[in-house]
Design a protein. Structure first.
Ligand code: C2E
Ligand code: CA
Ligand code: CA
Length: 684
């Protein structure tokens, strides 16, 4: 059940109004006295429970008294009175005694069952009591004075005992008192023998006093039962609310799947079980591809709708051995408890892909949503829940970069890389950025003009501890450790200082990461560095990637607007590898697009690659954007690109990135080869 904003828990129903006969009155009302509490099932249950302990004693008292009178009267009374009737009474009493004894604890009965039992008990007790009383009185003519006194005392004591035992079944006690007590009084008070009359009066007074005391007592019992039942009801209600609370605290309100908290609790519990039984367990993390752009382009409502659709499909995979939760954002997690082989995990991955294969409603159109899957297996990948989660997360993000859309298991190779990264992270934290960072410059050439139009600044790190570290390792590291801001500033200052020496018309291309775009202080510092550098902003191009924009699209747009306001230009890097949304290109007001090198490797042989490049070139032409192709390594590639209408080229074929001190020599070399370079354009 999803909790809607503003929804509150249902209020507990108000406690039932106090019934007449509660603790406030001296005695219960006649209605209460003569009825079983049909409108108070809880009270009826309490009464039945109390009766179940006393009923056997009641029948025992009747049996003992009837037996006593039978012993003294069997020989003198007619057989019907002396043997048959008492035998019947004793038999019925015995059966009832055994019956009550058997169900001493009545257990759980439904309301109707409880009331039925109370009614039957009342009927039997009153009936049997009356019969016993009538039988005892009928024995009077057959005995001497002693035996008559025995009858009188027997009736009185049995009646008093029965009233005591029936304390919680008032109606039966009162009825019995009237039905047996009244004839008893009439018979004995009219006796010509004073001792008999006095004994009768004493017995009657005792009976009445006892009835009143017991009724008062019963009234207290009822009040106590009611308050105890009310307390129990409240406790049950509190428990119900707290269970509901717990359920909601473990539920993701949007999708109705268990949430992150529930995921970790389940993972820990399953891990312990796996440990106890020496079993395997798999933590599977799933991240939707390009979900962020759905949010950015179509809005959060569309994003929520997409997540709900995905959750509905994932729920179909839930079973006794598969637990699935939403961990937040577009990340889902599963715990597989019965997966002895990797094949089971790959089968589960395939089942996920199959569920997601059907198109989803995204904004106002249908789209297929892919996902990346990372898996860590217990105990191989880690011993604790946190470790397993971290490892699965590593496999997921590693897979997202290199094997998008596949199931990636955390491996030993990953383990080694994690250790290396940890070393590099430590080295970067303590690095002297000014001394250890330097920049390599790679030329971008206008082929038909045969000249260098710009150099791309590419960061290089020569760590004192580790030696050279590749930028695709330390840039993401710097981003993760929040060091990218200071690092970018150091690099930009160095790049600008180099660019100041270059001739007019040779621009500087500088890479900015998404985190930098999202940091107001760093962006202020970057603008300050540009203003102070002495390099005209018009000669600077900032390269950003689509993934950089995904961090916070609005903030990134703001940062780019500020850079353009300075006079700098913006290029979209690695075009074709990300979402490649025309919506972005349109909204960004770009100056340039750089076609990613992954399309260039087989451009001279692959028709798909050349159609993609051709489409991007046409797109740039229509939007009036410059288009640079990077990663050009061979003459064949260059010729193929020129044939597709490309003009600006970057790549090893022209030159690899070179240190600053080699830039002027490189420019001189390219200038000297200008005619050859131009000739490609003419012959291509
Ligand atoms: P990028 O911005 O796409 O840079 C181009 C990469 O392609 C560079 O790798 C470059 O050396 C390489 N490259 C150039 N020509 C060729 C070629 O013909 N063939 C092949 N296979 N590769 C070629 P590099 O220098 O290793 O940089 C890797 C990435 O690191 C860059 O990709 C960029 O994303 C990032 N990076 C480098 N410097 C900086 C920086 O100062 N700031 C930021 N934020 N990122 C940087
Ligand atoms: Ca670049
Ligand atoms: Ca690039």
């Amino acid at each position: 059940m999803a909790v809607q904003p503003g929804q509150t828990f249902p209020r507990p129903p108000p406690p039932p109004a106090r019934k007449p006969g509660g603790a406030g009155r001296l005695l219960p009302s006649w209605r209460t006295i003569l009825n079983v509490p049909a409108d108070e099932p809880a009270l009826a249950a309490s009464q039945l429970m109390a009766l179940s302990y006393r009923a056997p004693m009641l029948y025992l008292t009747i049996i003992v008294n009837v037996l006593g009178l039978t012993i003294t009267h069997a020989a003198i009374a007619p057989p019907l009175l002396g043997l048959v009737l008492p035998g019947g009474i004793i038999l019925i009493s015995l059966l009832r005694l055994i019956g009550w004894h058997r169900r001493q604890r009545p257990g759980v009965h439904d309301e109707a069952g409880i009331l039925h039992q109370l009614h039957i008990a009342r009927l039997v007790v009153v009936g049997l009591g009356s019969c016993t009383g009538a039988w005892a009185l009928s024995l009077l003519p057959y005995g001497n004075a002693y035996q008559q006194s025995q009858v009188e005392l027997g009736i009185a004591l049995t009646l008093i005992s029965c009233i005591v035992c029936l304390i919680y079944l008032h109606s039966a006690a009162i009825m019995l008192g009237i039905i047996v007590g009244l004839p008893f009084a009439i018979v004995f008070l009219r006796s010509p023998h004073l001792p008999v009359v006095i004994t009768a009066i004493t017995a009657l007074v005792a009976m009445i006093t006892m009835t009143l005391v017991l009724l008062r007592n019963a009234s207290d019992f009822n009040a106590l039962s009611r308050s105890r039942n009310e307390l129990k009801r409240r406790q049950q209600e509190t428990q119900r609310l707290s269970d509901e609370n717990l359920r909601l605290a473990n539920l993701d309100p949007l999708t109705g799947l268990p949430n992150r908290r529930s995921f970790f609790a389940t993972l820990e519990q399953d891990r312990r079980q796996a440990e106890q039984h020496g079993q395997n367990l798999a933590v599977v993390l799933l991240d939707l591809d390009r979900f962020k752009s759905v949010n950015d382009i179509h809005g959060h409502a569309a994003g929520d709708r997409l997540l709900t659709q995905i959750a509905v499909r994932l729920k179909r995979l839930v079973s006794e051995t598969v637990f699935i939760a939403r961990l937040g954002g577009d990340e889902f997690g599963a715990v597989l408890t019965d997966c002895p082989h990797e094949t089971a995990i790959f089968a589960f991955g395939a089942a996920i892909q199959q569920q997601l294969a059907g198109p989803c409603i995204v904004g106002d159109r249908l789209a297929t949503i892919g996902c990346s899957i990372g898996v860590a297996i217990y105990p191989h990948a880690g011993g604790s829940a946190e470790e397993l989660f971290e490892r699965a997360d590593y496999a997921l993000h590693h897979g997202k970069q290199t094997r998008r859309g596949e199931v990636v298991l955390f491996s030993d190779e990953h383990e080694i890389r994690i250790r290396q990264t940890a070393h590099a992270e430590e080295a970067l934290r303590t690095a002297d950025l000014e001394a250890e960072m330097w920049i390599a410059f790679q030329p971008i050439v206008d082929v038909p003009a045969g000249r260098v139009i710009a150099f791309e600044a590419l960061a290089r790190w020569h760590s004192r501890e580790l030696g050279p570290v590749r930028p695709d390792i330390f840039i993401p590291l710097a981003e993760r450790t929040q060091m990218i801001g200071p690092l970018t500033c150091v690099l930009l200052r160095k790049a600008l200082a180099a660019a100041r020496q270059w001739p007019d018309g040779t621009n500087l291309c500088f890479n900015l990461s998404g985190q930098t775009l999202g940091c107001i202080q760093t962006m202020d510092k970057i603008r300050q560095l540009v203003r102070e550098s002495g390099v005209p902003a018009a000669r600077i191009e900032f390269e950003i990637t689509e993934t950089a924009l995904l961090e916070d699209f609005d903030l990134a747009m703001e940062a780019l607007r500020a850079l353009r306001a300075l006079g700098a230009r913006i290029a979209l890097d690695d075009f074709g590898t990300g979402f490649s949304s025309l919506g972005y290109v349109h909204r960004l007001t770009l100056d340039k697009i750089k076609i990613d090198k992954s399309f260039i490797g087989d451009i001279d042989v692959s028709s798909t690659a050349s159609s993609i490049v051709k489409t991007i070139v046409a797109l740039c032409h229509n939007l009036n954007l410059a288009c640079v192709v990077e990663g050009v390594e061979t003459e064949a590639q260059l010729r193929a690109l020129l044939a597709l209408g490309c003009r600006y080229i970057q790549g090893y074929f022209i030159s690899p990135p070179v240190p600053e001190e080699m830039v002027s020599r490189l420019m001189a070399r390219i200038a000297s080869q200008a005619a050859d370079i131009k000739s490609f354009a003419h012959t291509g």
